[in-house]
Design a protein around this ligand. Structure first.
Ligand code: MOS
Length: 765
């Protein structure tokens, strides 16, 4: 399919603006609904409780599931006694590896592939082997949730324990250096960076450590499943509707059309709402009992069996000449990815694109531990990678006595520093200038500890954020235009709260020359044409490209239907535009026919087309990144070491901002998660027994309202000439750079460099 698409592209099927020399999407200039602060279309249903989440779907004869997790890290189940559980009140089924149906396996080929997605290649309840502490070893179905939970507690298991790899520092010696981190090469050696750092007039060379993190979306992972004859119905909370349907079909030996995954509402997903063991267990258990099953994970279960962010140890060394120009960047390190995982933590990606340097040395090593496989978590890699490189730049600036923004400006690249590829659009310097002005950066005193207010020391810091642009191939949309001038769009897209349908309705309204009220958008259902997943900050442009393609197709279809009796007769698609609820001649605005008129004359109630976005060739031709300048002002108590953030500002350069309200929320949400990364979040992993010790929201600290100051966001809004609508991703950029801006402000306040996240008060005393 990709080959066919590429050939089509070679034949000129790709919109011109995505190729070198092309002109930007003209709609960027004509936007009316886009750029407006429309409120979320899904908002009323959510705030009134009408929105039904996966664990709320009513079903007849429903039974409730509970899971039992391994309490050891590695070994085999030596004794298993389920008698007491089976005899407990209300129990319908106790399922272990003994009676779980045998299922297929998935190839781990990554999230962009729509045919299969899995976070782990480990078998699910298929044998007596335990590979990590917290792995699912049994499931119980009962008439009520309480009965299921109780019965699960009665299952007796003895393990034959085997030695396990649980210590990061010990396992480092045997770390693997895989050939690639996603698309880009993992090993990047340009020049002799080690030698350049040694010879440099100025240098920094330090280690940065970040802990593991767990996902804490407020909606727990949950699924309600039912077998209806040979068809499997799955109400899920997922960022990956089409991929999950395809993967479940493979695992259970079904045809794609036999599996329907529904997920119209998702209560938060930051990379962790994919396909994990619980959906598979629920589907298998439902098959065994012939009844629908609801399986909602407990908060603890989310910690035990849903992967999070990998811990990391990163070395960043930078060498600079007397003027502060970098002659070397070294970014190497270790993160955890077990061999049965599929998600490398790509923390060095940002260091490849942020700065010019004469030489580079970039290498990532994977440490094997016996743990739940890590997964994507908002800006995987970049969130922690920007902490390391952006602290290092600040350290160098301080050492050289140069303002950190000025040092960055001196090393701002004209083209991608490694590939030499042109940036599609990049105005990070502008973002810094505007951010500095808004924030009042000139009030910062370069000398650490110079500003005081009683027991409080006050400091300011800044840092760059970066996240690569991505558009997923193969996203489809069905576009139906009805005679009454209304339009329905549909595809299996996901809504985790970011405004997916709202923004695409604004887009389609402008694209089709209609008001937003005329457009509806159906999504959240794998029975609809396969959209793309919601991840990698890619969904908006992926769907936008599909809508563009569908509009092209619709235009051709309408011109054909218009025929020779139309004022449009003789015009070709390239001669017309869609305006005022119809088609108009670009050259002669008087030549126009409404959709209603065309369809009425053709005796058609509606016209419906399905189209996929063209292959994302712009990603190959251009270096494309969202970027940001993050500013922080905070105070640190001399008495207790407490940190209070007073102000945060994010100045973003992410292309066109399609809806300022939903965009600002995305940016702020990411920045709040960045506060957690900097100051509070940490998965406490007991290396003695491979077990997470703080598997509750009481013990795992995420920022609460009092931790979060006024957050300001501004943006350049400069359209990216190479992307659909001129937009780039905004979902993940918000968290990047924040931890470094905070750490740099802590240094400015106290003179202490904390290179080990989270920055807790004990580290400042
Ligand atoms: Mo994101 S980590 O692509 O949900």
């Amino acid at each position: 399919n990709v080959v066919i698409e590429t050939v089509k592209t070679a034949l000129g099927w790709v919109p011109a603006q995505w190729l070198p020399g092309g002109t930007p999407d003209p709609l960027i200039e004509r936007r009316v609904a886009l750029g407006r602060q429309d409120s979320r279309l899904d908002g009323p249903a959510k705030v009134t409780g009408l929105a039904r989440f996966a664990a709320e779907v009513p079903m007849e004869r429903l039974c409730y599931g509970a899971l039992l997790h391994s309490t050891v890290t590695r070994g085999r189940i030596a004794r298993l006694d389920t008698a007491a559980a089976e005899a407990a009140p209300g129990v319908v089924l106790v399922m272990t590896h003994r009676n779980m149906p045998r299922i297929g396996t998935l190839a781990l080929i990554g999230v962009s592939d729509l045919s299969a997605v899995g976070n782990s290649s480990l078998p699910i309840l298929q044998n007596d082997e335990v590979r990590y502490n917290g792995q699912v070893v049994a499931a119980v179905l009962a008439e009520t949730q309480e009965q299921a939970d109780h019965a699960a507690s009665l299952i007796e298991i003895d393990y034959a324990v085997e030695a396990a790899k649980t210590r990061f520092d010990d396992a480092k010696a045997a770390a693997r250096t895989p050939a690639s981190i996603l698309i880009e090469r993992n090993h990047v050696l340009v020049g002799n960076a080690a030698q350049e750092v040694d010879r440099a007039a100025h240098r920094v060379d330090n280690l940065y450590r970040t802990p593991g993190h767990n996902h804490n979306a407020i909606e727990l992972h949950a699924v309600t499943v039912a077998w209806q004859g040979e068809t499997l119905l799955v109400h899920d909370a997922t960022q990956m509707i089409a991929p999950s349907a395809n993967a479940l079909a493979k695992l259970f030996g079904l045809k794609k059309q036999q599996v329907r995954v529904l997920s119209p509402y998702v209560g938060g997903g930051f990379g962790g709402k994919g396909l994990w063991d619980h959906q598979v267990v629920a589907v298998a258990a439902a098959k065994l009992v012939g009844r629908p099953v609801r399986l909602m994970l407990s908060r603890e279960s989310v910690y035990r069996m849903i992967g999070g962010r990998s811990p990391s140890e990163q070395r960043v060394a930078i060498g600079a000449d007397a003027d502060g120009r970098f002659n070397a960047i070294i970014h190497t390190g270790y993160s955890v990815m077990p061999p049965y995982g599929a998600c490398p933590e790509q923390y060095t990606m940002c260091s490849r694109a942020l700065y010019n340097a004469k030489s580079f040395e970039i290498v990532q090593h994977h440490v094997d531990l016996d743990i739940v496989p890590n997964t994507y978590m908002r800006a995987p890699g970049e969130a922690i990678g920007t902490f390391a490189i952006e602290c290092a730049v600040d350290e160098l600036a301080h050492q050289m006595g140069i303002d950190p923004i000025e040092l960055r400006r001196r090393n701002e690249p004209e083209r991608h520093p490694l590939s030499g590829t042109a940036f599609s659009q990049r105005a990070l310097t502008t973002a810094y200038a505007e951010g500095a002005q808004h924030f009042g950066w000139e009030r910062r005193l370069a000398e650490p500890g110079a500003r005081r207010d009683g027991e409080w020391r006050i400091g300011m810091g800044c840092a760059s954020g970066s996240f690569p642009y991505a558009r997923m191939p193969g996203a489809h949309v069905r576009l139906t235009l009805r005679r009454d001038g209304t339009v329905n769009l549909s595809c299996s897209a996901q809504e985790m709260g970011m405004g997916t349908s709202t923004v695409q309705v604004q887009h389609a309204a402008d694209r089709l020359g209609l008001p937003v009220e005329a457009i509806s958008f159906d999504m959240g259902d794998s029975a609809l044409p396969a959209g793309s997943m919601a991840g990698g900050s890619s969904q908006t442009v992926s769907l936008a490209a599909a809508i563009m393609a569908a509009t092209e197709k619709l235009t051709g279809e309408l011109l054909r239907l218009a025929g020779n009796d139309s004022p449009l007769a003789g015009l070709r698609a390239r001669d017309v535009q869609l305006v005022d609820a119809g088609i108009g001649d670009v050259a002669d605005t008087a030549r126009h026919e409404s959709y209603r008129s065309i369809l009425t004359r053709a005796a058609r109630e509606e016209v419906s087309v399905i189209a996929a976005g063209s292959p994302p060739l712009e990603m190959l031709k251009f270096a494309m990144h969202s970027s940001s300048a993050v500013f922080c002002e905070l105070r640190v108590s001399e008495v207790t070491g407490e940190i209070r953030i007073d102000r945060l500002l994010g100045s973003f350069d992410c292309g066109t901002i399609l809806n300022p309200k939903t965009a600002a929320s995305q940016f702020k949400g990411g920045m709040i998660m960045g506060i957690g990364l900097a100051l509070t979040e940490e998965t406490l992993f007991d290396a003695r027994n491979g077990r997470i010790m703080n598997a509750t929201l009481a013990d795992y600290h995420i920022p609460v309202h009092l931790d979060v100051p006024e957050i300001d966001v501004i943006w350049t809004g400069i359209p990216d000439p190479r992307s659909p609508l001129g937009a780039r991703g905004i979902g993940e950029i918000g968290i990047t750079g924040v931890a470094a801006a905070i750490a740099n402000a802590v240094f400015n306040a106290t003179g202490k460099r904390i290179r080990d996240l989270p920055i807790t008060l004990d580290k400042l005393l």
